[in-house]
Design a protein around this ligand. Structure first.
Ligand SMILES: *Cc1c(COP(=O)(O)O)cnc(C)c1O
Length: 421
């Protein structure tokens, strides 16, 4: 069980809304820092343990800065993410460039800031060399275990994923890199999403440790790091349980001792690239109830929409809802919580049991930090809301202002109407 509470109170939201009207997203800085501390603590046995925060999970420079102070760096996948990271002084080894279908200008940029290049395909090695002229000093390859194992079933079977290299290709890729005088090797895999089963992470680590030993023996090279990837899930639903990082860490340590220490003299460093579990549980979308209607179903209409939280429409994702000031009331009603896009799937929740809701109530939607701020869009010319940071002293800082109508017009090429008279 996970207690889905929010640090927000009705009074606090009313106070915030005087300056920043609803809807807005607010992030709890204190909780993020504490969570990051716990994460680091759990893996304190690892020399130089680092998390490369998947920037797409919450592309906001303020957040990247907070995380950098906690020794969590950047996992980038596009030009924009590279540039944003550089602007907050995350560069060089602090960036892992894990992209796919990469264009030359992105490889060039990654090269210029000395990012660690994580090759998604064996052909990208030649492509990189043709565009950048050198191969990266630190090279990493992405492994696809294919049908070897039943991986996390939530998202893909690895054989059906468009990413990563097959086993034979992986050996060939490292050989190629070795023959082109690359000396620093990393290995990466990441074949699941939003996983909560600890066994899965332990299994991944084991497979990668064994693979490192095999690659080293066969190719006579030495690996510096493995990137365990890890899409550690979060308990979106109250009945789900958080992944116990201490347990996972303990078991990984056992595998490490068994596989790495018995086969190598040098330690193998471990990094990860979690996004979601670093920030998501600590972000809240705050909306106001505009209307309550009674049709074939009961509807609650709020002033945010799927344009700022696409996940439920995209894959029926569950996001917990708290009605402020009614936290302790019984769930006596069944509502669809919706808004105003001209799409019937513009619903945050369907048939959700909630306390009786009234107009002007404030609804908080949980686990609202991430991927979806990056998925924001402007359908029906709806504007993106503001992002706020709830500081440790409970002050509120604006970290991205709400969009304005003029921004929607900014890219339009206005016709010179005189020519059309
Ligand atoms: C999306 C992504 C992540 C982060 O996934 P989360 O579910 O947010 O933890 C990490 N690495 C890569 C390569 C990704 O594409």
């Amino acid at each position: 069980m996970t207690n889905k509470t929010t640090p927000l109170t009705l009074e606090k939201v009313k106070e915030i809304a005087k300056t920043y009207p609803t809807p807005f997203v607010i992030y709890d800085k204190k909780a993020i820092i504490e969570n990051m501390k716990e994460f680091k603590e759990a893996f304190s046995w690892v020399d130089w343990f680092k998390n490369y925060f998947a920037v797409k999970a919450c592309p906001n420079p303020t957040l990247l800065k907070i995380l950098k102070e906690m020794w969590s760096w950047a996992d980038c996948s596009s030009m924009w993410e590279l540039v944003m990271s550089e602007l907050v002084w995350i560069t060089w080894k602090e960036i892992m460039f894990t992209s796919n279908n990469t264009k030359y200008d992105e490889f060039m940029k990654a090269h210029k800031i000395w990012a660690i290049i994580n090759f998604d395909d064996i052909t990208h090695i030649d492509y990189y060399k043709e565009t950048v002229w050198f191969l990266p000093r630190i090279s990493c390859c992405r492994y696809n275990p294919g049908p070897l194992k039943k991986w996390n079933t939530i998202i893909w079977k690895p054989e059906e994923a468009k990413y990563w290299m097959k086993r034979e290709q992986l050996f060939e890729a490292y050989k190629k890199l070795r023959d082109h005088w690359v000396h620093h090797f990393w290995l990466h895999t990441m074949v699941a999403s939003n996983e909560l089963n600890p066994e899965y992470f332990i299994e991944t680590a084991k497979i990668l440790f064994e693979l490192v030993v095999e690659l080293e023996k066969e190719l006579n090279i030495t690996f510096d790091f493995v990137n365990l990837g890890w899409w550690i899930g979060i308990p979106y639903k109250p009945e789900q349980k958080k992944v116990d990082l201490n347990v996972v860490s303990k078991w990984i340590k056992k595998e490490y001792e068994k596989i790495i220490w018995t086969n190598r003299e040098k330690p193998l460093r471990i990094v990860m690239e979690c996004g979601r579990m670093i920030t998501w549980p600590y972000g809240y979308l705050v909306t106001e109830v505009l209307h309550i209607t009674d049709k074939y179903k009961q509807y609650v209409w709020v002033d945010a929409s799927m344009q700022c939280l696409m996940r439920p429409a995209l894959y029926w994702a569950y996001h917990h809802i708290t009605v402020l000031w009614k936290e302790n009331k019984k769930n006596t009603m069944t509502y669809d919580v919706t808004w105003s896009l001209c799409e019937n799937n513009d619903k945050f929740a369907i048939d959700r049991e909630l306390p009786k809701i009234d107009e002007w109530d404030i609804i908080v939607i949980h686990d609202a930090w991430a991927h979806w701020t990056a998925m924001w869009f402007n359908y029906n010319a709806k504007l993106r809301p503001a992002e706020l940071l709830l500081e440790e002293n409970w002050e509120v800082t604006l970290i991205r202002r709400a969009e304005t109508l003029s921004e929607l017009f900014a890219t339009v090429n206005w016709i010179n109407w005189f020519d059309y008279r």
